[in-house]
Ligand binder design. Structure first.
Ligand code: MN
Ligand code: MN
Length: 468
């Protein structure tokens, strides 16, 4: 066979995935940079699901979205949102086609792994004051010690007032920390398996050390801390019973690498896809063919249960309300709908090649990563999108010039994970997982590539703009 014919045949028949930087148009690079600047600001403004929902509402209102009220008249082009209990958000841009033709959905989540305060958190030990925590989501506990932490959340008072707490969120604020053992005395701890070396009950936040009152009194540091909290927020120890306070890393999002090609931050999972979906919806200039819906869900990291999770009827209620205005049964809308379950995937990490299967991983800079299925073992817990749905997304992305890749999450039987995909698919909505590949996923500081962030945004836009 001639050399040129061989080359031609090879190009025609074999897959050749390219690094995104060999594909992206030069003139797109500044748009990518601008997009990532907006994303970093979004991360810094929304370090908890409540703050993230608040920031998303602010951006949506800036783009002309209005709170939806039941019975509201909605015309094509209409922009509405519902904020579910301050922790989750659903937005819709009404399309030209009726809802009986289905909706184009992107569903991401805005909760991230963190340390929540227990209902009775405050105590003193050896003249130091602490908060007890209970971790939320899948964390590797050893990663959360010796980091500057901030505390955000709300204290709900019996009289209906809601007090917003922010300790360590502003420049110059004091921070909180969880201490770790010094290596000099770590010999026994060093021998423990990683998962057991830092027990959950040692993740206690150090709050203060300066006593008040006379030396014959006890619990003086605890009382001093409570006095400061009372001065700032007007709360007493009992009020912690009805509070949601979350300790998160007090570190701003920043560029990583000498070439500034990466972003390091807390909470990429899954605010990186949430921002992509939100921004893509808000940036739609023309009225989409089908109604475009963006969901920013809560509680994904603990199974999507609860009123603000993706299993909640809040979502069905919102779409049913939209459908009712057009006399369309919800089930008729769902069966024609498509959902991109927009959640992060694991990026191949050359430091840990053993857990990855190189031919089926997502790589940094190779674009938005599709996952036909997630789950564990024999695909357990996966909705496993059908081939037709994957083909549909291949077409959409290729037509829109989106750089994409398709992968699994690690080697067979190395572990696994899940997303909201199955809860959408269980509603009779064709659903496919897709999102940004992440290094150090669920760590207090995760890393993603700017190119992948931007391509994910383009992918979301392609879904919203699809005519079919
Ligand atoms: Mn996620
Ligand atoms: Mn996660």
């Amino acid at each position: 066979m001639e050399k040129s014919a061989y080359k031609e045949l090879k190009e025609k028949l074999l897959t050749r995935k390219k690094n995104g930087y060999d594909l992206i148009a030069q003139e797109e690079l500044s748009a990518m940079e601008d997009y990532c600047t907006g994303y970093k600001a979004f991360l810094d403004a929304g370090r908890t699901e409540r703050l993230c929902a608040k920031e998303a509402v602010r951006l949506a209102e800036q783009a002309g979205y209005q709170p939806y009220t039941r019975g509201m008249t909605l015309n094509p082009g209409g922009k509405v949102y519902v904020c579910n209990r301050g922790k989750a958000l659903m937005l819709a841009r009404i399309g030209q086609k009726p809802l009986s033709e289905g909706i184009q959905l992107a569903a991401a989540h805005i909760d991230s792994p963190r340390l929540d305060l227990k209902p009775n958190p405050l105590y003193e030990e050896s003249e130091l004051a602490y908060f007890k925590t209970h971790y939320y989501g899948g964390i590797r506990k050893y990663q959360w010690v010796t980091l500057p932490l901030a505390l955000y959340g709300v204290v709900a008072m019996k009289d209906g007032r809601k007090i917003e707490v922010n300790i360590g969120g502003e420049a110059g604020d004091p921070r909180l920390v969880i201490t770790d053992l010094l290596p000099h005395l770590g010999a026994a701890q060093n021998k423990k398996p990683l998962a057991e070396a830092v027990p959950g009950e040692t993740l206690n936040l150090l709050l203060g050390s300066r006593p008040i009152g006379g030396e014959d009194e006890s619990g003086r540091v605890k009382l001093a801390v409570m006095q400061l909290l009372h001065e700032k927020y007007g709360i007493t120890e009992d009020d912690f019973n009805s509070a949601e306070l979350e300790a998160v890393p007090a570190v701003d999002a920043c560029d990583i690498g000498l070439d500034r090609s990466l972003i390091g931050a807390y909470g990429h999972d899954d605010r990186v896809c949430a921002y992509a979906a939100l921004k893509a919806l808000l940036d739609l200039e023309e009225v989409p063919q089908k109604t475009a819906v963006c969901i920013l869900a809560d509680k994904e990291e603990i199974g999507s249960d609860g009123v603000t999770g993706m299993q909640s009827a809040a979502f069905d209620t919102f779409i049913e309300d939209l459908c009712a205005a057009q006399d369309v049964p919800l089930r008729a809308c769902f069966e024609k709908s498509f959902c991109l379950s927009a959640d992060v995937t694991a990026a191949y990490d050359p430091n840990y090649p053993d857990v990855f299967e190189k031919r089926n991983e997502s790589y940094l800079n190779y674009g938005i990563g599709l996952c036909k299925y997630t789950g564990a073992r024999g695909k357990s817990g996966a909705s496993d999108a059908d081939a037709e749905t994957v083909a549909y997304v291949r077409r959409l992305f290729d037509e829109a010039g989106v750089i994409w890749q398709i992968s699994e999450l690690g080697k067979v039987d190395a572990g696994g994970g899940g997303t909201v995909a199955m809860y959408m698919a269980n509603r009779n909505i064709n659903t496919l997982d897709a999102g940004v590949p992440v290094l150090s996923m669920h760590a207090p500081f995760e890393t993603v590539s700017k190119l992948d962030c931007y391509e994910t945004y383009k992918g979301m836009k392609a879904v919203f703009q699809a005519a079919q």
